[in-house]
Design a protein around this ligand. Structure first.
Ligand code: SF4
Ligand code: ZN
Length: 321
């Protein structure tokens, strides 16, 4: 039997094959290289500074658990808190909560839990019956983005780290290209700096790692990760798009890496220039939401989060009466 040796140490048996760089690695070398790649992403984008107070958005999934673990190891002295938003999805949310509680204990880090049901009186399932009924993930994304920012702002945190990886980013870029959504293409970056006093900067340290790399990393480190899927994820558009992109990767292993590099190095600067020349550059107006007071791009109207909350509350009130 031919045993393939790790290309890095040449001693241990290789268990992970990274097709995009044609590299076979043993678990020790794989986890070490993964951490180095994350550190490189953080340093090249100047994502973290010593005096940051960092919030890590955790979900119980492989990506955010790996992210919290890697950040804890790379920046042991950094002030860091884990944040979990409990969406109230039956079985799934309590299952994920247990995983993030175990992770927080393992790292010795504080965990802040925000329950939608306790704080706002509804769960994500209540978007059914509103115009978001067929795409709850879209409402869920808006709710989570808003809450992570609001919680971090209220806690006085200076940055929020999310577990968005390469697959998530390529999927989102692909979607924006298809829609011709230039503004969103320009906004989707590894590091979103502060553009308003109430907007906490966002960082995506895992943007260079694939889904499968995050999965192997979490497995090899024995991290507590969820084994249940959210009931709303089935057949969602983003899942279908990811499947489609994976069929391309079967033929062209480096497709996602090339796609993202071309976008950030060649296309994005041109898009930025084009927007600026049309007077739509950095100066996008930001207004205060008349309901919650948080920043919004909608002039004189409730922010997207408050709109969804109003919609759900409207529906709930109709039900009650
Ligand atoms: Fe939210 Fe959709 Fe993810 Fe469920 S699958 S947690 S509804 S984004
Ligand atoms: Zn609002």
């Amino acid at each position: 039997m031919i045993v393939s040796r790790c290309r890095r140490c040449g001693v241990n048996r290789a268990e992970v094959y990274l097709a995009h760089s044609n590299l076979s690695l043993c678990p020790e070398c794989f986890t070490l290289l993964t951490e180095r790649r994350v550190r490189h992403t953080i340093e090249s984008h100047k994502m973290i500074s010593r005096d940051d107070r960092l919030g890590v958005a955790v979900s119980g999934g492989k990506d955010s658990s790996s992210l919290a673990y890697i950040l804890h190891n790379l920046y042991e002295k950094l002030d860091m808190v884990l944040i979990y938003v409990d969406l109230g999805v039956p079985e799934y949310s309590s299952h994920c909560l247990k995983k993030v509680e175990t992770l927080a204990k393992m790292l010795g880090r504080e965990l802040v839990v925000y329950s939608l049901e306790r704080e706002l009186g509804f769960t994500i399932g209540d978007v059914r019956g509103t115009i978001y009924g067929k795409k709850p993930c879209s409402a869920c994304g808006t709710i989570k983005r808003y809450l992570f920012n609001k919680i971090a702002y209220d806690l006085g945190l200076t940055k929020i780290a999310t577990g968005h990886n390469l697959d998530d980013t390529v999927e989102a870029l692909f979607n924006f290209y298809i829609e011709g959504n230039v503004k969103s293409l320009v906004r989707l970056r590894p590091y979103l700096p502060k553009t308003h006093p109430k907007i906490v900067p966002k960082i995506k340290p895992l943007i260079g790692l694939t889904d499968i790399e995050c999965y192997y990393y979490a497995e090899y480190k024995g991290l507590p990760i969820r084994t249940l899927e959210c009931q709303f994820s089935k057949g969602s558009r983003s899942v279908r798009r990811k499947e489609l992109l994976n069929t391309i990767v079967e033929k062209i292993p480096s497709f996602k890496h090339t796609f993202i590099n071309s976008h950030y190095k060649r296309i994005l600067p041109l898009l930025e220039q084009a927007l600026k020349s049309q007077g739509q550059g950095e100066g996008t107006e930001i207004y205060d939401c008349p309901i919650c007071g948080m920043p919004t791009s909608l002039k004189g109207m409730p922010c997207h989060f408050c709109k969804i909350v109003n919609m759900i509350r409207g529906k709930v009130e109709v039900k009650v009466s």
